[in-house]
Write a new protein. Sequence first.
Length: 191
Amino acid sequence: MKRFALLLLLCSIACAPRSSAQDHFAVGAYADYFRLSQTDTNSAGLGGRLGFGIAPHVMLEAEVSYDFGVTFTETFANSGSLVFQRTDMRLLHGLFGPKVSLGHSNFHFFVTAKGGFLDTMLDSRPATLGTFVSSVNNLRSQNISAVFYPGGGVEGRISPIGLRLDAGDEMYFNSDTHHNLRLAFGPYFRF
């Protein structure tokens, strides 16, 4: 398996000069920060994305991220004690839409507009791969809100390997429009 991965990496590096005019596929992973405005909580998690080039500067992307339960602190004035509590709230994001590159160099800005869903769930179990899989399997309509994500960022690469930073407003619609800051940073591979 290691030899196959090394061979794939070497082949993609060798083909990079010929394919730099248009990227056909992109695969990436990222760390995710999400500020949920309705409850004033900060969430962090991991995600992944796939992209398919449809024009020289346009890719259609699909991405999913899972934000783990966060810990917050409370201080009581009369006793002076500090308490750490878990929120047990987890978020599953799914987005799909175009990303338009605003340049053709190895370092450039981009804009994106994606639609999708936000699944808000309460789960007291520890955050493991098993709880992520069961969260995806148990998507329920009462937990899901429609999402629109306008954003942008910057990406830079050396050959097919690069880094990307996204920032935007992930708006979800649940009896009103709720604006939430979303940041994502991580590596990607283009071929």
